[in-house]
Write a protein that binds this ligand. Structure first.
Ligand code: SAM
Length: 401
């Protein structure tokens, strides 16, 4: 080893320490020095790329990874890093090429396979593509929402969707929805910010209503445009009271077979948004209660399904028609997203038992049960079923006394 590479190695160690400590500017300066001393030091380029990637400076990261790859053309890690950085930039096709190359060099490395799987999933997401190509008004969504939205909405792409989005801001999402649903009938955005009235759209299907979505007059204006929606997205204030009120207000205007989506539910864990992990009146607690409502027929006690929401009704001054609650077909929780599917109440029951097959060597009672309905067990004596309040609310009352 010559003198230059020894001092380069020591400096690299120091630069790596700085990088690990989050002192990225200092680390970057030191990596540059190392490269000046030894322009063929592949790891210095690689780690400089990492430091830039950590700062979100992806163009620079990619440039230094590429330089490192020129010196060290068989490094699976460099192909992987390039693939990840390019995927972050939205160049999925090139990213896939690099990730495949990384796998070719190290086929048994799971991390590379996972990364490729994720990028391939993103590539098949039309919404992701629209987002990466969009040049019009700005839209602001988290990356994990895009493939989820695709999964939830793709069956409606060529239908005459009527969509309502609470929260318009710069207006980009309304533009993107109009592209995603080329045959959409109407795309309504609602925003409390009066400046949103200045947003102009060439597409006459896009309409913007100004005002608090939970205000009666605003609701009337929205419903004046369209009485039934197929897709409703709540990307408004993200405060628990607003989310719950909006659900109570607009779920009844969702078509049977429609879908209601709430974004940014991470805020329901934060006090500033009227939340907290165990807060009994957070928006996520509300939607968790709806899971019980879907399973109402199994409660085995004499209680109305809506009773479980009484605390929310009182707290936020709202009510929901019990018939609407019976139309909740499913609730899916993703990271920060909640997706509620609606359908006619007759499709929301457990249904009949379907027992098929002829050979029953282990248990012979099944075949006789074919076509029978479930009878819930009586839970009158179950103290966990008969409590008046959900445990969180009971605790809150005790704390308040
Ligand atoms: C996260 S931004 C919306 C981003 C937009 N949907 C997108 O994807 O680019 C939230 C918007 O909700 C609006 N907002 C907040 N509270 C609201 C309410 N009660 N009713 C309607 N809009 C509200 C804010 O003014 C803000 O513009």
């Amino acid at each position: 080893m010559d003198k230059e590479s020894i001092s380069g190695g020591q400096l690299l160690k120091k630069a790596n320490q700085l990088k690990r400590a989050g002192k990225l500017d200092e680390a970057i300066a030191l990596y540059h020095q190392i490269i000046e001393i030894n322009p063929n030091f592949a790891w210095a380029y690689n780690n400089l790329g990492d430091a830039f990637a950590q700062q979100g400076r992806l163009d620079e990261a990619i440039s230094y990874y590429s330089k490192s790859l020129n010196i060290n053309p068989n490094s699976a890690w460099l192909f992987y890093r390039l693939g990840e950085a390019l995927a972050q930039q939205g160049d999925l096709e090139t990213a896939i090429g690099y990730l495949k190359k990384a796998i070719e060099i190290r086929p048994s490395f799971e991390k590379f396979h996972n990364s490729l799987t994720q990028v391939l999933a993103r590539q098949s997401s039309l919404l992701e593509k629209l987002y990466s190509q969009h040049e019009g008004k700005v839209s602001d969504k988290w990356s994990s929402y895009l493939p989820t939205y695709d999964l939830v909405l793709k069956s409606r792409i060529n239908t005459n969707v009527r969509l309502l989005e609470i929260g318009v801001q710069n207006g980009g999402s309304l533009e993107i929805w109009s592209e995603y649903f080329p045959t959409a009938k109407l795309i309504v955005g609602c925003d409390i910010n009066p400046e949103c009235a200045e947003l102009n759209y060439e597409d006459p299907r896009i309409r913007v209503i100004i005002g608090d979505a939970n205000n009666d007059k605003v609701r009337k204006n929205i419903i004046g445009l369209c009485q039934r929606f197929d897709v409703i997205i709540d990307d408004g204030s993200h405060k628990s009271s607003d989310i719950v009120k909006s659900f109570a207000t607009y779920f009844p205007f969702l078509e049977d077979r429609g879908v209601y989506i709430v974004e940014d539910m991470h805020t329901s864990y934060w006090k500033n948004y009227q939340g907290g992990l165990f807060y009994p009146f957070s928006s996520i607690t509300f939607f968790k209660h709806l899971v019980d409502i879907i399973n109402y027929e199994h409660w085995g006690i004499e209680k109305k399904a809506s009773d479980i929401l009484n605390g929310f009704f009182d707290k936020y001054g709202l009510k929901i028609d019990p018939i609407e609650l019976q139309k909740i077909h499913s609730i899916t929780f993703h990271n920060s997203l909640c997706v509620i599917n609606k359908c006619k109440r007759e499709y929301n029951n457990l249904g009949k038992r379907c027992v098929t097959g002829r050979i029953d060597k282990i248990s012979q009672t099944q075949r006789k049960a074919n076509n029978t309905y479930n009878t819930p067990e009586n839970q009158k004596g179950n103290e966990w079923s008969t409590r008046n309040l959900p445990p969180g609310e009971e605790l809150l009352r005790n704390l308040e006394v």
